[in-house]
Design a protein around this ligand. Structure first.
Ligand SMILES: NC(=O)c1ccc[n+]([C@@H]2O[C@H](COP(=O)([O-])OP(=O)(O)OC[C@H]3O[C@@H](n4cnc5c(N)ncnc54)[C@H](OP(=O)(O)O)[C@@H]3O)[C@@H](O)[C@H]2O)c1
Length: 276
């Protein structure tokens, strides 16, 4: 990718602005010279201005402006709702060259379907913590993009937190584990808070404690590279509090409940693509 490339966002909503902000903050090389943020209407454009503000960003809305913003773009970030991509393609098709790099955030839309935009497709599954620089992103590539743009896309999307390559056949699992994952973690966090409050800890203290414990635990797993079971066994003093709490949780089938929840969300994601 050339330096000062043009980066067009089709759908500068929650995720589109989160990714753009991560790029602006992370400043990967090469860096865009221009970011064009496109939305559906004036209200969402005004909202985008409040979420994404930098001297290299310009804003627009409506089909004609989408087409103008795609003309000459080197990288196109597709960040609209999944059911909008064909309509947007219709709006911009005359401005497409066929070899622009298209990075898609759309859940459930396959690389094959996205190839109406370009032969260079990177399909990303990320999540809302990307807004705070702590997102996770699984990325699958079309064969052409893999050859020409893999390194660039991994570096660009790594700015949301952490990015890695996955085969497209694992996208439904990523939709569940990465995309829905924050909601699953919220449920676990709520349960930790409830336990603290039940035993008399003030809600705010329990909320902060539970969040920081989850953050710290995640850091330990990432930094040591250890299996969580190994780290868990290190804090289980024989006859102590932790093993007692863990056994009670296992009585409640917590582990299977969570694992089956991930399985269910992945199955639902797969069923969405089959329905099309
Ligand atoms: N949110 C998540 O946690 C999450 C996680 C993983 C993946 N994703 C994926 O990210 C994508 C975006 O989700 P989101 O939550 O960011 O949605 P969002 O906030 O609703 O953003 C979508 C944006 O697209 C704009 N848009 C609609 N039609 C358009 C058009 N014809 N031309 C240009 N822009 C148009 C919308 O404008 P209006 O508001 O005016 O319609 C809005 O600004 C989805 O495909 C989703 O699958 C989201």
């Amino acid at each position: 990718m050339r330096d000062n490339y043009t980066f067009t966002i089709l759908g500068a909503g929650v995720m589109g602005t989160a990714v753009a902000n991560a790029v602006l903050k992370g400043h990967p090389e090469p860096f865009p010279g221009e970011i064009r943020a496109c939305t559906h209407d004036e209200t969402s454009m005004e909202l985008a201005k409040t979420k994404l503000s930098h001297e290299i960003v310009s804003y627009c809305y409506g089909p004609e402006n989408n087409a103008k913003a795609v003309k000459g773009a080197d990288v196109i970030l597709l960040a609209c709702k999944p059911d909008m991509y064909e309509k947007i393609h219709d709006e911009v098709k005359d401005s497409l060259t066929g070899d622009q790099l298209v990075i898609s955030l759309l859940a459930g839309v396959t690389i094959e379907e996205l190839m109406i935009f370009s032969k260079n497709i990177a399909k990303v599954m990320t999540n809302t913590p990307a807004r705070f620089g702590c997102g996770t992103a699984g990325i699958a590539f079309s064969p052409e993009a893999e050859k020409n743009h893999e390194e660039f896309v991994l570096k660009l999307i790594d700015t949301v937190g952490m990015a890695f390559k996955i085969p497209e056949k694992q996208m439904d699992i990523a939709t569940s584990l990465i995309g829905s994952g924050p909601a699953f973690c919220m449920l676990m966090m709520e349960a930790l808070i409830d336990g603290g409050v039940r035993m008399g800890m003030p809600f705010e203290t329990a909320r902060k404690s539970a969040a920081k414990v989850m953050e710290g635990t995640a850091k330990m797993v990432l930094e040591t590279g250890e299996h969580p079971a190994v780290l868990r066994s290190l804090v289980c003093t024989p006859g102590g509090t932790t093993i007692g709490g863990l056994l009670k949780m296992e009585d409640g089938n917590v582990r299977a409940g969570i694992a089956r929840g991930v399985e269910e969300a992945a199955i639902i994601s797969k069923s969405f693509s089959k329905k099309k």
